[in-house]
Ligand binder design. Sequence first.
Ligand code: F3S
Length: 778
Amino acid sequence: LATRSRQYSSTAPLPPTYEKLYNNYSEVRRVLGTQRLNLAEKILYSHLNNVEESLLSNTNNGRDIRGKANLKLNPDRVNMQDASAQMALLQFMTCNLPSTKIPASIHCDHLIVGEKGADDDLTSGIQQNQEVFDFLESAGKKYGIDFWPPGAGIIHQTVLENYAVPGLMMLGTDSHSPNAGGLCTITIGVGGADAVEALVGAPWELKAPKIMGVRLIGKLNDWVSPKDIILHLAGRLTVRGGTGYIIEYSGSGVETLSATGMATVCNMGAEVGATTSIFPYTQASARYLQSTRREQAVRNAELLQSFPGNGHAEDAYFKFQADAGAQYDEFIEINLSELEPHINGPHTPDLATPLSAFKKTVQEEQWPDKVSAGLIGSCTNSSYEDMTRVESMVKAAEAAGLKPAVDFYITPGSEQIRATLERDGTIETFESAGGIVLSNACGPCIGQWKRQDGVKKGDANAIFTSYNRNFRGRNDGNPDTMNFLASPEIVTAMAFAGSTTFNPMTDTLKTPDGKDFRFPAPHGQEGPETPFESGKQSLGLLSQKPDPSVSVAISPSSSRLALLEPFAPFPHSELSGLKVLVKVTGKCTTDTISAAGPWLKYKGHLPNISANTLNTATNKATGEVNVAYDLDGSKHTIPDLAKRWKEAGREWLVVAEHNYGEGSAREHAALQPRYLGARIVLCKSFARIHETNLKKQGVVPLTFANEADYDRIDAGDDVSTVGLYEMLLNKGKGEVQLKVTKKDSGEEILIPTKHAVSEDQAGFILAGSALNLLSKRQ
Ligand code: F3S
């Protein structure tokens, strides 16, 4: 690369990350000539391992890259949250390297239960999970990975505050990692196996995403916040609409948004299945970098953008925006001036209702008319802007003598934001109104919530949250809790009203002295007037050089952590004698396949966590949840039957409907079925991350060539593959059919399938898993 570098005319050198980016970008321009590029393409292609090979393979001489080329990328860093980091590190350990090849960080955020309030919850969370935190910290020390202790903050907020700088490409072991797209990075949510590839320095493969352009014009009105952009978009696109796309925002409306607002929008791109989302670098981005004490990053970004290219064209400069005339595969325009606040849910983030229509919808759908709790903050919405806008509402209500009508929880995204809000009086405002400030951790957003209000499993009730996801049972483990997603401002208004039919823009509340109170339109500040506070030192970063003398803490008798055994390679033949374990109907998210909440404690122990496999899936034949029938007709839970079959050496497959594995990057949803004996998942369609995760763990994801064939295959049927082994030997080329022998009649049918197995992925499956292949290469 050095030989290909341009001759810089500036005297100041670029920092190493930007020098690499610049050199690769010059190479991209050399290969693609004057082709117009989107912002996402510029950053992504400038991280290619071999620019020319990637851009020319599978494409029409560098045209039609999107959706066709297999990109092999060198990410700049990897960020891991504590639940997924356990498995990622256990996998990394099997590669026997002294340190990670690229910078990485661990964030202890998922394991703290929200119950009484920050201090108590943090103390008991640390006690209950000490063993896991010790493991993560010792692995961090040994391999030179930044360690953010429990209470330091939620991964996406901490990454935004500390690591995200424009032009970076990062991987995160969490599906909301694209949050960092708010600072003009390409950040992609992946499973632990993908993270390990990047950590060992192997190129990370991605089918070149298509680009969806979302042009924002106008300016948000008083009651509308950036969250409403993505709530509205989710309603238009549905949970599958962004699959295979990077969502790239542009337009004059972008200039009106804060960096943290843009991050909120990118965060929830995961809810429409997008690979990632990205905004251009704006004045607001620079302001955010400055207020988070990263002035140098602002200077570096300016320096990079002023480096002359090859002198032939303006677009030879690396600019953090799309080239004029760049084409998008899909294009949507949103006029911010016409946008209303939205409320999305229950049970799916794409069921979007504008605030003005919500009362009528509640009545028509017979949703509960009472609110049982309001929760704001989390990785999605705990910015200074969010919190000070809410503060303005709370102050106005308090001045009128009003308190929240129901429990009102606030989750700061990081110690830095919490300490700054404390310094500036915002936390005091919340607490004096009766708000409960939880620790700087995920808490109720990921099912770590011990409710104090007496609502029990089975009680139908409605909560309002400013979180990003609202699958059934996600927050409190109660499938009858309806979680409505909204901006922090709308959640707050609903918590004060206690009524789901309240509209703060038009309705009034009665004050204790009988007067009508209407919330004034919220107002806040984009960021603090002086830079953010760092907060408590004990909750700060532990950053160390790799120390090979450290031994990683895992007790052999632990129920929380277990060293991994490699999976067996693919047999030298077609698969035969597989049985359909269960045919699932309806939504089958990664929460359905591997539930969170109380199960989070077993994230580092594959045998133990496997006891939750598919335990909220619905059996198509009977409509029962978590029920499967053995070949002799005996009734079992799904994980119990899988375990029985594993012990009997019987391998199996799952049959499912659309968007199988929707939701998160949770690789346990692939690891667990594999551990229990799954060979194939056959469905109508897959969510992208999960499909990749399956292949990385050696499970073959197949989709029906004819969706109607879903009705022709049932639980207990015998399945053999036709063409699968050959396809794998042919590096992903070739067709695969399934020969199905019906359990009841013995009739044989042939089901044609489709697959998206690439050359590398064929290698993973043959080796038994991606990790098997990687460890062989190390
Ligand atoms: Fe944590 Fe994910 Fe929520 S990072 S705050 S659980 S969206």
